[in-house]
Design a protein around this ligand. Sequence first.
Ligand code: ADP
Length: 394
Amino acid sequence: MKLFVLNSGSSSLKYTLYDIRDGIRKIVWGMVERIGEKEGRVTLFHALEKEVILAHIKDHHNALKLVLRQLDKYGYLKSFSDLAGCAHRVVHGGAKFTAPTLIDREVLEAIEELIPLAPLHNPANLEGIKTLMKLSPTTPQIALFDTAFHQSMPEVAYRYALPEAMSLELDIRRYGFHGLSHHYLRDETAKLLSKAPRQCNLITLHLGNGASVAAIKAGKSIDTSMGFTPLEGLVMGTRPGDLDAGILLYLMQSKGMDAAALDQLLNHESGLKGLCHTNDMREILERKAQGDVKATLAFEIFCYRIQKYIGAYLAILGGVDAVVFAGGIGEHSAEVRERICTQMSHLGLVIDEVKNRAFTKGAQMVHSPQSKIKIAVVQTDEALQMARESVKIL
Ligand code: ADP
C-alpha cells in the first residue's frame, strides 16, 4: 500500500512516496521545477543519490507523467492507480475546512470558491488535484489544508476590528497558515515531553522563508501570527510581517502605488531582503560576523519581532511547557535560537549553549536544567504530517 503526498505549486511540485502498509515509511521523494518554462527539471532523490532529468515540461499533467516514468524506472511505482491514496496540500481551506477531507466534486468546488482568498496558491493546488484525478480516477484523493489546524482559534483571536458587516460579507478574518507544520511540531514536542498532545501548551515557531508562530493551548491552536493572508506577523524573507496599514494608504495617496505595486512590495521586496538586500539567513549571519551594519540590523529586527510574539503568547497562554524552533532558520541557526532565548531568560527561557549548538536533526530539547520553560528544536516534516493525517482517513 502506497501513499503519494503532493505539494503542487504554480511552476513546481514536490512529492513524497510512502509505504503505509505497516506504519508510515518514506520510500522516495522528488520534485519538478520550472513547469511551463523552456527547460524544466525533474529530480528523484533516492536514499543516497539523485537522478535529474532536464526537459521541457508543458504543464502539471506532463510533470506528473515524467515523475511516474522515473518512479517506474526504479520499480517504486508502476501506475498512479496502484496507489492507496493521494494526499494534496491545499493552502487555503477558509473557515469551512477544519480537518483533512476526502475530495469529491463538492469539495473541489468549495476549494475553487476559496480562490479569491488565495489567488496564487489554491489554483496551483487544484491543478495537482485535478491532474491526479484524471491520471487515477479511482484512487482516493485527500485534501490537507494549511489553515485547518488554526480553525480552533477563538473569535477574539481571529476577528479584526473592522465593521462587522464587511468582515462577514467578505470573510475577512484571521485564518493562519503553516498549519501542517505547527501540527507536526505539536505532536513531536508532545513526544519529547512524554505527554499527550492535548496536555501541551506550546509556542511553536516555524522560521523559514515564510515565518509564523502559533500559541497552542491544551493541544489546540488559539492564536497564530499569520492572518487573512500569509503577510501578517513575523519578519520573513521577503515579507515585512506586521505593518501599520496607514503606510499602505500613504503609498497609495502620495506615490500613486496600485494593488499590483503594493503586492510586489509586500510579497517580494520587503522583509530581510528589504532590510539588507538578501533573504538568505546564512548570508546575513556571515555578513553580521564581518561587522556589516545592515545585516546586523536585519538579524536584530528579525529576532526582536519573534521575541515580542513569544512575550505576547506567554501572556495569553497562561503557562507554557515549551518553545519550539523549526523551519530552515529555526532548525539550522543556533545563533538565532540563542539570541532570542538569551533575551528572554528573565521569563524563564534558559538555553543550553552546548546542546543548542550540537543540534543537527530530528527533535531535541536544548534548554538547561534551570530553564522554567523547555526549549525544543524540531525538524519539521509537513509531508509526513500529511501522510499521518491521510492514513487516518484511508
Ligand atoms: P521555505 O519557507 O522556502 O521552505 P526554508 O524552511 O527552507 O524555507 O528556510 C529558508 C531559510 O533558512 C533561509 O533564510 C535560509 O538562509 C535559512 N537557512 C538554511 N540553512 C541555514 C543555516 N545553516 N543557517 C542559517 N540559516 C539557514
